[in-house]
Design a protein around this ligand. Sequence first.
Ligand SMILES: [Zn+2]
Ligand SMILES: [Zn+2]
Length: 366
Amino acid sequence: MIEVADILRQHGAAYRATHTLLPSQERALSDIQNCRTEFFGGHVAQCDHCGHLRYAYHSCRNRHCHKCHGEQAEDWLERQRSLLFPVPHFLVTFTLPAELRQLAFGHQKDVYGALLRGTAASVLKLGADPRCLGATPTVLAVLHTWTRAMLYHPDAHLLVIAGGLVPGGHRWMATRNTAFLVPVRARSVIFRAKMRDALKVLGLQDQVSAQVWRKPWVVHCQHAGSGSKVLEYLARYVFRVAIANSRIEALDHGRVTFRFRDNHTQQIHHVCLSADEFILRFLHHVLPMGFPKVRHYGLARSASGPDREHARRLLPEPVNSTAPDTPSPHAVTTDSAVESLPMCPLCHLGHLHVIRTLRPRLKFPP
Ligand SMILES: [Zn+2]
Ligand SMILES: [Zn+2]
């Protein structure tokens, strides 16, 4: 199977020679190219029966790497499931208008942060309005920047509970409106206003055409059931970047072919790009270092833990602290870098003992 790492190894140097990379992109490129190689160090183990030597290398742990994070994704899902309530949830998607994409790419930390904060503030403001809900719900916000063709298309996905804790905390309030808190138009207007305020504070409003503040902004809301399935879907945005290795079909004469399924027609499309264009599209989705792409607001904030547990007790029926749709499997460790005394794969009689530690290289390769 062809992997993103193979494409970066074969064509990363040519890409570097013709493009200026942001520090976060340089780091991601280097980490993914070198994941599980001697670059990151590791150890040598020897069989105590036949003397067979086995080399094991550490993973890069870069959040944009496709080979890392299998175990982390399971842990993340477990933690998020514990925030769900046994009531309906909604998935609300706020899309940044096309006119703001260039600005967002040029000021990623600021605009992505404003997008997540602004969308959550829109939901919480509407939730607090007694005409809508009059309570504080839990909000999990995830930033997502790619289309299935790997194009740059930032939006925020919010998993929101259909109810909340009233001010003072004496009552649980369920949403009366099955179409969520309020009409779509109100969500759109508040989202747009929050973004305009945020860009003003950042001093970026002059870089945006005035026309964007007059057109309707796209907000989509759908039922999310217990929320558990939507969490699995969101985990793909959190622990996968732009494309899964399984979608890459060929790397041939400097061209990459991959497929994607159109959400509306369910048709499979094949995209063929130069390796250069593929890497360009991939790197558009590398986030600034340290930028948290998942955030919790309202009752989901870690500081709201006591209120959240209080809210559970106020629900009409006694409930468990978690409500998964399906039992979650135990985390499977895929990183074989450090194991204690495994069987020898050659003789199947002896055990492997670590005889030497391989130090990581201190500098990134060119
Ligand atoms: Zn052996
Ligand atoms: Zn890695």
